[in-house]
Design a protein around this ligand. Sequence first.
Ligand SMILES: C[S@@+](CC[C@H](N)C(=O)[O-])C[C@H]1O[C@@H](n2cnc3c(N)ncnc32)[C@H](O)[C@@H]1O
Length: 225
Amino acid sequence: MHDQKSDQQSYWDNKILEWEGTMYAGNARVSLLERLAVPFRTQLKKRLLVAEELVKNHVADRSLCDLGCGSGVFIIRLLKYNPRNLVGVDIAPSGIEAAKRHASDLGITESRVSFLCEDARVDSSFLQEVDIVTGIGLLDYFQKHEIASLFRAVKGKMFLFSLPTEGKLGAREILRGIYLKIASCPGSYSCSRGEVDGMLTEAGIDNYWYYDRERIRFVTNLPKV
Ligand SMILES: C[S@@+](CC[C@H](N)C(=O)[O-])C[C@H]1O[C@@H](n2cnc3c(N)ncnc32)[C@H](O)[C@@H]1O
């Protein structure tokens, strides 16, 4: 039997820096497979900017945890909004090492920003002191019961999670399926808005809303400004 935790961990440990290289740093050394995926990544860069727009007015003097932080790109972008502190969590040791290097190169002190290598499906104890929880491109790799469990853990907090969008099986979806197969991704899932509604209701969360535009979907309970 496969150990799902270590499958996801080794997949992302090998993949995240290359994946981010095609997203945020055009000059990184990346494989042919990742280069072929570049035209489909524009949407994902936009998704990060939308997340920043949605969260930026709520960050001041609050503590925020970004789950699936990769090398800390989003966390570091949020520093300018004067958070009390920021925590980045990722399953991939390579992502966390890069995030720590990135922060230290920028002279950012550990009291303001810290990074933890954890599997957010297994442990959420680090969320206890946190006011806002974000996850961008994370729930795509969670099974439904793992999403439901994360929703229970964020009850009473502000949250912002991107969600995979369902839709017609077009060229983009077919190519993504081929990419995931070639890359040997151990698990990529999708769930409908109706299923997310059910999980949030079951978690006792009712004051949430969706941002749903141009194939970018977030579910959040951040106050609308
Ligand atoms: C698609 S990338 C998104 C990275 C970043 N949030 C962004 O939008 O640029 C997904 C990230 O989630 C992390 N991840 C996947 N499963 C995870 C888990 N169970 N716990 C914590 N991090 C996880 C991966 O290592 C990877 O860094």
